[in-house]
Design a protein around this ligand. Sequence first.
Ligand SMILES: [Fe+2]
Length: 274
Amino acid sequence: MPNDDDAAYPTDRRAFLESVGLSAGVAALASTALPTAGADETDANDDPLPMSYDLPDLPYEYDALEPHIDREIMELHHSGHHQAYVDGANDALEELEEMRDADDFEGIKAVKRDLAFNLSGHVNHAIFWENMAPDGGGEPTGTLAEAIERSFGSFEAFRAEFTQTAADVESVGWAMLFYEPLADELIIGQLESQHLLAHQDSTPLLTLDVWEHAYYLQYQNERDTYIDEWWNVVDWDDVAERYEAACAQRGPSDEDDRGQQAEQSPYSSLPNSV
Ligand SMILES: [Fe+2]
């Protein structure tokens, strides 16, 4: 992992690392509020762990999303459930370090599974909090609105597909709007648990948690009502920023002049369709 190469870490990558509180090996990027770079995370031998994660603060108060999502849910969800994913990811990293030190990787399958589940849970929730705002709701504008119309036909069609995707999650999981860079399109995914059915290399723009811990205290088993209320707190400005950052990282779109910009795109040598 590079540590001080700004060219290798475009702004959106830096912002993402900050949003998930990744403190591993990125101290040199810490122009703002990155946590201390793992220096205070020590193993039994007082050697610093190469990487660790921290729970990010919410960008608003616990009661800020009421009446749509009440304070009790937000506090328990953030300080309890999200913290548990952070702790689980760090525990898995520590176990991996111990395996490496011992040069003994027996049982690594379970550790890798724990890391995938908990790190995905951490990232999903970090985006989920920022996708919401007290003055949210309504519809997107600008380039995001155009992209939604291009990919789904209309905002209403997008919202209907996203809502049904969330409602139909089996047991626990997420609905997510992704930017898919190969096709340069938006797609809606349905994740089971925190990490199953993930879309490789696609960038999550909008995430909706439909684990029962996200709504049961307020809505009991009425998941559909929770989803309807959640649309009132969607922060479309945040979603638009994520979309624009993902597009910038991809490089030129179909409409752009590839001859002039092809070298900037990591996808320039790949087929532009799936
Ligand atoms: Fe959750």
